[in-house]
Design a protein around this ligand. Sequence first.
Ligand code: NAP
Length: 375
Amino acid sequence: MKVLLVLYDGGKAAEEEPRLLGTIQNKLGIANWLKDQGHELVATADKEGEGSEFRKHIVDAEVLITTPFHPGYLTKEILSTAKNLKLCITAGVGSDHIDLNAANERNITVIEVSGSNVVSVAEHVVMSILLLVRNYTPAHEQIMGGGWDVAPMARHSFDLENKVVGTVGAGRIGYRVLQRLMPFDCKELLYFDYAPLPETAAKAIKVRRVESLEDMVSQCDIVTVNCPLHEKTRGLFNKELISKMKPGAWLVNTARGAICDAQAVADALESGQLGGYAGDVWNVQPAPADHPWRKMRHPLGGGNGMVPHMSGTTIDAQIRYSEGTKKILENYLTGKPQDPANLIVENGDYVSKAYGQRDSKAAEKKEEVRTDGKA
Ligand code: NAP
């Protein structure tokens, strides 16, 4: 069996830190295990363009493993060259880098390590909310630059207490974000999602469901995006939706960059319609040097909390998604069924509802797992 791993190049950091598992140097910790069983493993970071290693090796690979942090974008066209491909594993959460309809046409299984980094992301969201609301980043830049001037920093710094916070998507991450916000005594916690949370789960965090997205964002001081990228969420936060938000509201998106219209966000931040924008996900990764989100700022300075795609790849998360990847491979090699909570598409159909296939019968399998009260 040939396994193709598309991961980022961890360079010196990965040589010094073996727990940086999501790198071509450390290969999710599965290289020896696979080689000892006689399988071929190719690891590469070279994923863009006609002559890339990704394109060269996908042609005869049986298994593709990639992370959302440095995704090998498996388009329909590239898929058509992948003659032996049977299994695509996302080492992490979020499989929008794969053309899932095309995978279904070819009966290719797409599976991820659900839940592996949801706490890591939820913590990052809470941090990002705080750093925007408190105006942390420009104040820190001022200190690093040798300055000391409180007033321009304090004029755009607020308390999180008594603010309204809403999440788009109240799944594993969205729910955990709200849970972690409880001690901050926000005025209200809101969510917009297709299905209501189980009553006990909603009561436990005192969250109110709002049935229209426009309605929810218009009530929020802070909006956090925690839904998958699919046909219905691509470009969701465009000029029009952002104009429905409260002037000066903060927006945090660690879900997927393409859920927000890049230029609309930059324009809204620069006009002050957004008080700040933070996240770690970009519509193209790695983001080009001239991406508008790199340098955008609020008129009062700051308001930009962007980092590279890292919220779900803490050392703890890397250990979890590497172990999860190994388990998926073990199941595959021994013919055991996969955990339904991990399956995105299988046997030519969607198992997960999360990618917009709302009527799929098979989706019920995953829903049973999701509504076990754990969110
Ligand atoms: P999840 O448990 O499947 O929750 C996602 C929730 O969003 C589900 O309740 C889903 O409803 C809902 N949803 C789907 N479309 C929606 C829409 N248009 N409006 C409102 N809600 C919608 O997934 P998760 O584990 O929380 O992860 C969410 C996303 O975070 C992933 O898909 C991934 O893109 C991103 N993520 C990012 C990182 C990172 O490092 N930055 C790491 C992990 C995950 P249904 O189930 O009914 O469709």
